[in-house]
Write a protein that binds this ligand. Structure first.
Ligand SMILES: O=C(CO)COP(=O)(O)O
Length: 253
């Protein structure tokens, strides 16, 4: 529905130089569909970005896991969008639930970051998702709509934005959303974009699913009409990431 299938690998805060080289070597040897069928982006920690970029096959791209909300300056410990652009890093993940919950990033702050990154020419994987408590209270759609609205209020051009729906209760828990649960929220997000942004943005924006995706469940999830790809955590550090990439063929067959 939203364009070319997208598979992102979020390595989170993991890896040593040796481990990173090993993961990249495995990816480089893997057989995957062509770049017309799937877009693959891996996201190592900042310190390994250049290493990964220099070693990685050139049909895959790299993403940072975060960037600062404004221009470079006196912001100790932060990495700016300008720096990523300077290094030739095309993508950045913004608003991951771990940053929202552990580092207190609000919807507004995430929206500001997305807008700044886009204004600098970066492509953004913007994450949204509800907690278990919010799901049980029946507020899933309201929560993801409010998170998306904070972004929509601050950008006008969606062509470099991918939305990652990552239910917090499915992240790192082994408890994957059922294909029907993922489809339902993706379809609600698309309806929200249609009503509040435009029909064209709703149609063309990729909405990808994240939360305990693995080599065994990715095909069925990929078969859902509004699932345009994945953002993979734990399994992106393992050879099965290649199986997840290959699930893109479900869309083209
Ligand atoms: O947070 C995620 C990707 O950003 C998902 O993590 P897991 O795949 O480990 O559940």
């Amino acid at each position: 529905m939203g364009g070319k299938f997208f598979v992102g690998g979020n390595w989170k805060c993991n890896g040593t130089t040796e481990e990173v080289k090993k993961i990249v070597a495995t990816l480089n040897d893997g057989k995957v569909p062509s770049g017309d069928v799937v877009e693959v982006v891996v996201s190592p920690p900042f310190v390994f970005l250049s290493l990964v970029q220099s070693l990685l096959r050139n049909d895959f791209q790299v993403a940072a896991q975060n960037c600062w909300v404004k221009k470079s300056g006196a912001f100790t410990g932060e990495v700016s969008a300008e720096m990523l652009v300077n290094l030739g890093i095309p993508w950045v993940i913004i608003g991951h639930s771990e940053r929202r919950s552990l580092l207190g990033e609000s919807n507004e702050f995430v929206g500001d970051k997305v807008a700044y990154a886009v204004s600098q020419g970066l492509k953004v994987i913007a994450c949204v998702g509800e907690t278990l408590e919010q799901r049980e209270a029946g507020s899933t759609v309201d929560v993801v709509a409010a998170q998306t609205k904070a972004i929509a209020d601050r950008i006008s051009d969606w062509k470099n934005v991918v939305i990652a729906y990552e239910p917090v209760w499915a992240i790192g828990t082994g408890k994957v959303a059922t294909p029907a649960q993922a489809q339902e929220v993706h379809s609600e997000l698309r309806k929200w974009l249609n009503a509040n942004v435009s029909a064209e943005v709703a149609e063309s924006t990729r909405i990808i699913y994240g939360g305990s995706v693995n080599g065994a469940n990715s095909k069925e999830l990929a078969g859902q009409p509004d699932v345009d790809g994945f953002l993979v955590g734990g399994a992106s550090l393992k050879p099965e990431f290649l199986d997840i990439i290959n699930s893109a063929t479900v869309k083209s067959s």
